[in-house]
Design a protein around this ligand. Structure first.
Ligand code: CP
Ligand code: NVA
Length: 314
């Protein structure tokens, strides 16, 4: 069976470090005009089955396939029979018989698991309700670029206990960083994910959970958040806006909480003003646009490892 990439938990620490290092090498090569394109996917297609909207993930993945010499095939929710006229199982069998990989953005985690189980080709998770691994690889590249190393850093999440957090936290502790996570008291990180984070922590890396954003950002080198209302949760908007009162990332929050002098702000995007104000979002502290651009380089690194090298990350 092909090796799929569903969550950061699927990687060893060495593999994650390799993906980050490869992404940085690819970035330097592309930016300097020295990217050599041996086109290992020439003549092959990579399908992108997306049941939800996307800007960054779609652009970066389609771009990555092109950089590797292949042809991306975007299959949006109104393009194929999936979910309306055909089962996930049948779709997986058919799509994986004609393409070299499936990059999928789905709702339930069980959908991405089902795809991976029945696919003949690698399945790359482009976001499900539980994980967003390609985002986390790009985020780790941004941290490496901003600080030069991971060990000794503290990252703080102030926001929802969601898919982006799960893989961000897994990647952080896997690379030896401490993480402090503030989520509203009614929206704690699940015990299952806490256990997964603990099991993925490099020796010495810790995860701390609180409902107090000021406590979370204390001594943080990185403050990170995401939308409070993930795709599919639109009906909960009014309720969530109430629950997240006091969670907007601001300069004042960082100062009052005692963030590290060199703190940086991260956000996977798309962003809304309620979770971070303009002053932080467009400041020199913010690495959000580098982070977004890194999605291309991390996508090339991930596809190279999982599709070209058949799951060997080197
Ligand atoms: N960060 C991210 O995954 O963005 P898109 O939803 O636009 O792909
Ligand atoms: N948590 C967000 C991330 C979007 C990139 C969502 O699932 O909609």
């Amino acid at each position: 069976m092909a090796r799929s990439f569903i969550s950061i938990a699927d990687l060893t620490a060495t593999e994650l470090k390799t993906l980050v290092a490869n992404g940085i090498k690819i970035k330097k090569a592309i930016r300097s005009g020295n990217y050599k394109n041996p086109a290992p996917l020439q003549g092959q297609t990579v399908s992108l089955i997306f049941s939800k909207r996307s800007t960054r993930t779609r652009i970066s993945t389609e771009g990555a396939v092109a950089y590797l010499g292949g042809q991306p095939m975007f299959l949006g929710k109104d393009d194929i029979q999936l979910g309306v006229n055909e089962s996930l199982y049948d779709t997986t069998r058919v799509v994986s018989s004609m393409t070299s990989a499936i990059v999928a953005r789905v709702g339930p985690h069980s959908d991405i698991q089902a795809l991976a189980k029945d696919s003949r080709v690698p399945v790359i998770n482009a976001l499900c309700e539980k994980f967003h691994p390609m985002q986390a690889v790009a985020d780790m590249i941004a941290i490496q670029e901003a600080f030069g190393a991971f060990s000794g850093l503290k990252v703080a999440w102030v926001g929802d206990a969601n898919n982006v957090l799960h893989d961000f936290a897994l990647a952080s502790v896997k690379l030896g960083m401490d993480i402090s996570i503030a989520t509203p008291s009614g929206r704690p990180v699940s015990d299952e994910i806490k256990k997964l984070i603990a099991n993925n922590a490099e020796s010495g890396a810790s995860a701390h959970y609180t409902s107090d954003p000021l406590e979370a950002v204390k001594d943080a080198n990185v403050i990170v958040t995401d939308t409070w209302i993930s795709m599919g949760q639109e009906e909960e908007t009014q309720q969530k806006l109430k629950e997240f009162a006091g969670y907007q990332v601001t300069m004042d929050m960082a100062a009052k909480g005692g963030a590290a002098a060199n703190w940086k702000f991260m956000h996977c995007l798309p962003r809304h003003k309620e979770e971070v104000d303009d002053e932080v979002f467009y400041s020199d502290r913010s690495v959000v646009f580098e982070e977004a651009e890194n999605r291309l380089y991390s996508a090339i690194a991930v596809l190279d490892a999982f599709v070209v090298n058949k799951g060997v990350v080197e």
